[in-house]
Design a protein around this ligand. Structure first.
Ligand code: PEP
Ligand code: MG
Length: 578
């Protein structure tokens, strides 16, 4: 039995056999195979070689693309792949040492690369890079096979990986993926957000868990406590089966709050909306008792599609949400691409600091045709419901003005074409950077609403990468600097009489609900599975209690003391949910 403690990323318990997803970006662990699996692994190598050869042949033969020099390089790769010694070395390793195809390919090619690298002859030493390139190509075929397996699952699994991209996580079928355990990532990394939104229990930052798990192991993931266990003993397994049953009963009880209003005990109304990544999730938000969509992360439309989505694809997605929501508000956030949210095919030259790079509204303002296509589709869908537009990662007034200028221009095009849209649709911004928070009073003059994106606001205020498990303990909404910024934004929004909500993960954490209400928040946008719990918290408190708590917290100077106090107050109010 192997037990690891990580970061709880999505609540609940999942138990099933492991499905390990390795990644070509990390060294392949040496996982043993059974003697009977040797033939199958050798066949996988053969297949990967064939696919790589076919791919390279196509590149060399494509007359339209690439210079002669590039084609010559690929021709060398092909010759290399046809070398029988190379294949023999790989299959010998599988047969003699009982290792996986991935491990054998990676080990043999890295040995050859190292050998080339040491050569004094510059022509030979430069071939080192070619061999690495081939290794990645072969691994992509071997590992891609695993990803295809994931799309055709017919039995329950716990996905175990070094790291998962938001796009990979978004493709998981909730009926079969019972839980996720990953070595890397943080609580607000986008794959963790997607797991929460799909209701799949997940633990991240598990160090070397993916290396110690074997493909035949049963794995338990306790996403509420941040624990992952491989190959549990019968007692542990029985204990977690019990937890799982209790969790399901608790969720069913909470779901009964669905039709109850989010009113505090002293009668203050709070709007609880839901965050979604895909149109069909809008129904889940309503089923959980949400009152509309407070954050629609539209970039997932782009991330899961092979090509750039057409205006019609955008339109159909937004129309579907509008039809489900039947007049309830829908805040459509324009593409927040970049950083950890890139489509696999369109990944540009790597940036040195992707989270400080060309992401979000900056990316849209540099890719105007794509941006305009999305704006057109949102405007067209605006006649079907209470559709609102929200621009992400705005840092100054110039950016907001530029984005609004483009929106006006797109409106004029629609006017010229006689296409109807809602002229009065609200246009708001996310407050996700200290720059935006400090200038909230200025931005409020030209924005119809604010939504505080605490995931990024925390990241940029504290200089802590939200997806980096090594600094995850420093990432906290309870840091005094973060809380003061949030308070400033709320106060400035009140002065300007515009709506202000919180849509970052902080809003989905029950222990922050009292504080946010005390700071003046009356609209929360929450990941769908957490809506009942957040509602229950709202229904258990008075605004006076919240105000007292907020007044006290804002004078405190220690994150640790603030977190402890918030947890204590929440557990006094609702012992069973925090
Ligand atoms: C945020 O940053 O808090 C937010 C809601 O946006 P995302 O998590 O998609 O970056
Ligand atoms: Mg954000």
């Amino acid at each position: 039995m192997e037990i690891r403690k990580g970061i709880p990323a999505s609540p609940g318990v999942g138990i099933a056999q492991a499905l390990i997803i390795d990644c070509e970006d990390y060294p392949i662990p040496k996982r043993p195979i059974e003697p009977a699996q040797r033939g199958q692994e050798v066949q996988r190598v053969e297949q990967a070689f064939e696919l790589a050869c076919a791919e390279l042949d196509a590149l060399v033969n494509d007359q339209a693309k690439g210079s002669t020099e590039i084609k010559d390089i690929f021709a060398v790769h092909i010759r290399f792949l046809h070398d029988p010694t190379l294949r023999r070395q790989i299959t010998d390793l599988i047969n003699n040492q009982l290792v996986t195809a991935e491990f054998a390919v990676s080990t043999v090619l890295r040995e050859i690369a190292a050998h080339f690298g040491k050569s004094k002859d510059p022509y030979i030493s430069e071939r080192e890079a070619d061999v690495f390139d081939l290794e990645r190509r072969l691994l992509r075929h071997l590992l891609g096979h695993r990803c295809r397996d994931l799309r055709d699952l017919d039995k329950e699994v716990v996905v175990v990986a070094k790291e998962l991209s938001p796009t990979q996580t978004a493709s998981f079928d909730k009926r079969f993926v019972r839980a996720i355990a990953s070595d890397k990532g943080g609580r607000t990394s986008h794959s963790a957000i997607v797991a929460r939104s799909l209701g799949i229990p997940a633990v991240v930052a598990l160090e070397d868990f993916s290396e110690v798990v074997r493909p035949t192991d049963i794995v338990i993931v306790d996403g509420s406590r941040g624990i992952a266990i491989a190959n549990p003993d019968p007692g542990t397994l029985a204990e977690y089966q019990k937890h799982l049953n209790e969790y399901i009963i608790q969720q069913q009880r909470l779901d009964s709050l669905r039709d109850k209003p989010a009113l505090t005990r002293d009668g203050t109304k709070v709007k609880v909306r839901g965050n979604i990544e895909f149109p069909q999730e809008a129904q889940i938000v309503l089923d959980k008792g949400g009152e509309g969509i407070g954050l629609y992360r539209t970039e997932f439309l782009y991330l899961t599609s092979e090509d750039e989505p057409s205006e019609q694809q955008h339109y159909e997605a937004y129309l579907k949400v509008a039809q489900i929501c039947q007049g309830r508000p829908i805040v459509i956030r324009t593409f927040d691409l970049g950083a950890d949210k890139y489509s696999q095919r369109r990944r540009p030259v790597p940036e040195r600091n992707p989270f400080l790079g060309l992401r979000s509204i900056r990316y849209c303002l540099q890719h105007l045709p794509m941006f305009r296509t999305q704006l057109r589709a949102i405007l067209r869908a605006s006649v079907a419901g209470d559709v609102r537009i929200m621009f992400p990662l705005v840092t100054n007034l110039a950016e907001l003005r530029q984005a609004k200028l483009i929106l006006r221009d797109v409106m004029e095009d629609l006017d010229d074409e006689g296409i109807p849209y809602n002229r009065d649709l609200k246009v708001g911004i996310m407050i996700e950077t200290p720059a935006a928070a400090f200038t909230a009073s200025t931005l409020a003059r030209e924005a119809d609403f604010f939504s505080i994106g605490t995931n990024d606001l925390i990241q940029y205020t504290l200089a802590v990468d939200r997806a980096n498990e090594q600094v995850a303990s420093l990432f906290s909404a309870a840091e005094p600097a973060v809380l003061r910024l949030i308070r400033t934004v709320i106060q400035d929004a009140y002065k300007a009489r515009i709506e202000v909500s919180v849509c970052g993960e902080m809003a989905s954490e029950p222990e922050y609900v009292m504080l946010l209400l005390g700071l003046g928040i009356r609209t929360l946008s929450v990941t769908a599975p957490m809506i009942p719990q957040v509602k229950q918290m709202i229904r258990s408190v008075t605004i006076q209690e919240c105000n007292e708590l907020a007044r006290r917290v804002i004078t405190m100077s220690s994150e640790r003391h603030i977190s402890t106090l918030l947890r204590r107050r929440a557990s006094e109010v609702l012992p069973e949910t925090v």
